[in-house]
Design a protein around this ligand. Structure first.
Ligand SMILES: [Zn+2]
Length: 330
């Protein structure tokens, strides 16, 4: 699952400032960071933007993701044992990043305590990794009314084969609308390569952005962040953005886990269609601390974006969506 990092990304990596030189960098908001509090199980070095997802034969042992085995320089490495959170927070300070950090209340609070000025806490209604397990509604309400949580997510119903408009979860979205809390919903990517092996309940069809339509009709004031921008269903994503102006998309995960040309084409399509003020930067950071600088570089080096569009994607759009009490970092 390795390859050469493209030239432009490498150029940008070398241009990034040395440790602690944060103040001259314009601010960035990463709307999609996971509050891992231990090293990710089985984490390995990774070359981003695989050029290919390989075919396999079910008669033989299949690799779980099917990324093309190539080598690259540099690779992105997992954090040193026990150092993941500290290394990611150090990168956030170095790059002047504020992040929406998502996870169980206990794990997110650990991040918030370690970097109160850089962490916007988020938590969802799925309870651990057991499909169908839910957080009690009152507990979630307390998290948002008195616990300091600001975003409801990541909501990963697609991994359960469920639509976001499924009536069984409507009460959670009703709560978010009532409390004016934005919701961040996984739509699109995630089963890349071998969904049947890694996530047997995952359904690509449940990532169709148009499945959000009924939910949005029931809750017209709901603010929705479509995580992973509904990749690869661009036409349906644009249809939803056009019909619902409270809907934003993030490019997390998508930005580093698909072929580079395809990633740029997808982001460009969102912008060219007129939705540059609703594209949010995100990483889906969960294993490799240097993923953040790599992902920022992709936006910074996008020759199809103007300097203003880059600032909007990296900061201004998220500041507006999250209603941060700060001036835009233009
Ligand atoms: Zn996701």
């Amino acid at each position: 699952m390795t390859r050469f990092i493209p030239c432009c990304a490498l150029a940008s990596l070398t241009l990034l400032p040395a440790q602690n030189a944060t103040t001259s960098l314009p601010p960035v908001i990463d709307v999609h960071v996971h509050a891992m509090d231990a090293d990710f199980p089985g984490a390995a070095p990774m070359c981003p933007n695989t050029p290919q997802f390989l075919a396999s034969d079910p008669a033989t042992k299949e690799a779980p993701f099917g990324w093309a085995p190539q080598d690259c320089t540099p690779k992105l490495y997992p954090a040193a044992k026990g150092q993941y959170m500290h290394e990611v927070l150090a990168e956030m300070r170095r790059l002047n990043v504020t992040a929406v950090v998502l996870g169980s209340p206990a794990s997110v609070e650990k991040w918030k305590d370690a970097a109160p000025d850089r962490v916007i806490p988020g938590t969802g209604f799925e309870n651990g990794m057991t499909p169908g397990a839910r957080v009690p509604l009152d507990q979630l309400r307390a998290g948002f009314t008195t616990g300091g949580f600001k975003v409801m997510g990541e909501i990963g119903l697609q991994y359960e084969g469920l639509s976001p408009s499924d009536p069984s979860v409507d009460k959670y979205f009703a709560l978010a609308e009532q409390l004016d809390i934005p919701v961040a919903i996984h739509m699109g990517t995630g089963g890349s390569g071998r969904a049947n092996l890694t996530s047997p309940k995952f359904r690509g069809s449940m990532g169709n952005p148009l499945l959000l339509e009924d939910l949005l009709a029931r809750h017209p004031k709901l603010r929705v962040q479509v995580m992973h921008a509904g990749y690869p269903m661009i036409d349906n994503m644009l249809t939803l953005l056009q019909a619902n102006s409270h809907v934003y998309v993030d490019v997390a995960g998508l930005i580093w886990s698909y072929p580079l040309k395809e990633v740029n084409r997808y982001i460009q399509r969102l912008v060219d269609a007129g939705f540059e003020d609703r594209v949010l930067f995100g990483t889906d950071q969960m294993i490799w601390p240097k993923l953040m600088t790599y992902s920022i570089s992709l936006i910074q080096n996008a020759d199809y974006l103007t300097p203003q569009q880059k600032r909007d994607i990296l900061y201004n759009n998220a500041a507006r969506f999250l209603r941060l009490d700060k001036k835009p970092g233009r």
